[in-house]
Structure formats: structure tokens, C-alpha cells
Design a protein around this ligand. Sequence first.
Ligand SMILES: Cc1cc2nc3c(=O)[nH]c(=O)nc-3n(C[C@H](O)[C@H](O)[C@H](O)COP(=O)(O)OP(=O)(O)OC[C@H]3O[C@@H](n4cnc5c(N)ncnc54)[C@H](O)[C@@H]3O)c2cc1C
Length: 407
Amino acid sequence: MKALVVGGGIAGPAAALALQQAGIEPVVLEAWPRSDGEAGSWFTLASNGLHALDLLGARHLVAPIGFPSERNVMVGATGRVLGTMSLGVPLDDGTVAVTMKRSRLAAALLDEAGRRGIDVRHDSRVVHVASRPDGVTVTLEDGSTLEGDLLVGADGVRSLVRRTIHPEAAPARYVGLTNFGGITEATSIAGALPAREWHFVFGSRAFFGAHPTPDGDVVWFVNVPGPAITPAERAARTPEQWRDHLEGLLAADAGPAADLVRSGRLELWADNTQDLPRVARWHRDRMVVIGDAAHAPSPSSGQGAALALEDAVVLATCLRDAGTVEEALTAYDTARRARVERIVAAGARSSSSKIPGRAGRAVRDAMMRLVFRFVVTERSSAWITGHRVRWEPGEQTAEESALPSGA
Ligand SMILES: Cc1cc2nc3c(=O)[nH]c(=O)nc-3n(C[C@H](O)[C@H](O)[C@H](O)COP(=O)(O)OP(=O)(O)OC[C@H]3O[C@@H](n4cnc5c(N)ncnc54)[C@H](O)[C@@H]3O)c2cc1C
């Protein structure tokens, strides 16, 4: 069976590795030219995603491009600690999570697919999909066409494949935060921040996150509440002017946020944060969507890439084990839907908590301390990162198989 995989982000190449492992021949079609891996934002891959990479024999790819992360420490605008929390249920070797650039992981996965003999095509934007009960034909931007027995839409939150499967599905929604990300290189502040920790500030005007790297840099992001930024508004300021704007928003908060932004460089700016809560149909005929194309949690969940990797494994095992493609795609939907929709909902709550309400700083801090003590705890969140998808034959369920006892 030949599978056309649309998208060379995280889900696409991971699906290609998984499909090949299941005896299916994948072709990856990515719209953009081969990337140098340096564009865009940093993210943290939780242990459930690392486990999925393990099942694909691809976890070794993350060590050279990332660094270990273990905890989140949340502080208020005054610098007072509101809570600390592990980044999740560790793998058997103790690894909790790894922070890296999204684009570096995508490039590493695509390179690995190429090394395994998978046909990876860059500069191959799919502009049309024609579906038949027994196969698909895609048309690329240059007018050429390709035939496949199966189409895997791993084409991200604005997915063309999703619109083809389910034209009425609501598009992604803005979650009320604009996102900025950057790096401050060779800074003494790196030594002042605890290693392997995200330092989060529920600031008076913006939410801030920073993580020191083993090289003495600090990577950081700022989430600014407010209306979505239009393309014209984005273009009206240079990155340096956006950086000055952010520094102003952070100036009143205790801690290193404003200093880091002032002495750093923006790598991502004025990005409207979105999520995609529920798409009623993930598959039709021989087409299916995975990753952000099917269910994009807000970045605040820290789970989008991990879920995309889980999807890749589950889809391939369903195709390997089911009698027909239709049965496989139904089994994939059944195995994944409840879990991912619950995580998207948790991500939306997490995004809302970053938007300061009318309560004063002291009241908000007191409320957040209670939330991190009783509501959002390591124990209550263990079902998210403690989940372990399986490669062995058998039903894929949403059971929280790797939870610590009693969780
Ligand atoms: C700021 C930010 C922070 C985040 N932080 C985290 C985090 O800490 N942890 C985490 O797990 N996740 C995080 N995420 C989410 C994570 O980045 C996404 O969930 C993940 O990238 C989804 O992978 P994907 O392959 O489904 O989609 P994408 O990564 O969006 O890849 C889709 C690919 O499809 C290609 N494509 C699109 N249309 C076509 C077409 N028509 N033809 C051919 N190719 C096409 C695109 O060029 C792209 O390469 C974050 C996201 C953002 C924005």
C-alpha cells in the first residue's frame, strides 16, 4: 500500500517512519524548501511524545538538538513562588522532557526518513485532493499529480486535507494571546536561573517563560493578552520595536524578564495563538488527518507535538492490524479522540489562566497558589504525560498505563 503524507512538520515525518515500520510505503510531501532548522519557536517535548519516538527508533534524534527539562516553577508578578511542578511522568531512564526548536525536530525527522529510504519531497505543496473509495489523487502547485492508496493529512492547523474531508469543520480559533519568542545569548542570567527548569511569570500585563540552556543562553517567550494582531499591525513594527514593546509590558514585574528581553533577540513575534478544539470527522474514504490538522491544543498545553507523535504510532498500528482501511481509520479515531479533545480543553483552560482578570495582583497570586496546590498538580496532570502508546499488536486505548501508582 502506498500512502501520501501531506506535511513535513512533526506529524508527517513521524507518520512516514511509523507507516514504513508497519509495512506501508510512504511518500512525504512538504510545501516548503528544505529548512535549516533554525526558524520559529522553541518547545518542550514531554515524555509521552519521547516514548512515541522511542517506538519509532527515533529518540536518539533529540539529544543533539535539545536539552533536558524537568520542572516548571511558577511565580507571580512580585516574584513570589506560586507553585512548582514536574514537567511530567518520567520515562524508565528518568528523562522527563526535552526542549528544542520545533523546526530542528522537523528537520531531524525528515532527514531520518530520508536515511531510511523514504521518498521525502520538499517544494511540494498540495493544492487539491481528489478522493475515491479506493484511493486518492493529489495535485501539486506545479500541476503534477500523484496517486496513493491512502492520504495522511499532517498539514497543520490550516489543513487542506481536513477541509477536504470535512468542509464544514470550524477553523482554528484565536485563544486571546499573542506569542513572542526569543533567545538571549551568553548571558549571566543563565547561571542565575536553575538548570532544567522553565521559569514562568504570571506578570501584571503578560505571561513570561524562560529556560536556561546548557550553553549559557536563555530561551524565552512572552504571551500577551489582547485582540489578535493583524498582518498590518505586525508589519508596522520592526522586531526591535516589538522587543521594546514587550520590555515595557514586563518592566513592572519582578525577576529577569525585562532584562532578558532587552538584551535578547526575537525569533518569533506577533504570532496569534490558536487552538482547534473539535473536528467531528477525521477521516473519509481513504483520507485521514493527524496532528494539528485534526486537533491542535493551544501551545500552553505543551502537548501538540507529543500528541502528533502519538497519532503517528497509533495510526500505523491501526492500519497494520485492521482488516480494511476503513476499519483502521475508525479504530484510530476511537483510540485517539477522547484523549486529544480532553487535552485541547485543558490547554484552553491553561491559556485563560495567563490572561489577568480584574482581581488585583495579590488576589490573583493567592488564587494561583491554590490552583497549583489543589487543582493543577503533578498527580492531576499525570494522565497527560504518563500515557504510553503501544507498538505491539492489541487494541490502542486511552488508558493511562504509565501513571505512578495511585495517580
Ligand atoms: C509557539 C508554540 C509553542 C508550542 N509549544 C509546544 C510545546 O512546548 N510542546 C509541544 O508538544 N507542542 C508545542 N507546540 C505545538 C506544536 O508545535 C504543534 O502541535 C506541532 O508542530 C504539530 O505538528 P504537525 O506536524 O501536526 O503540524 P506542523 O508542525 O504545523 O506541520 C505541518 C506541515 O505541513 C506543511 N504543509 C501545510 N500545508 C501543506 C500543503 N498543502 N502541502 C504540503 N505541505 C503542507 C507545513 O509547511 C508544515 O511543515 C507549540 C506550538 C506553538 C505555535
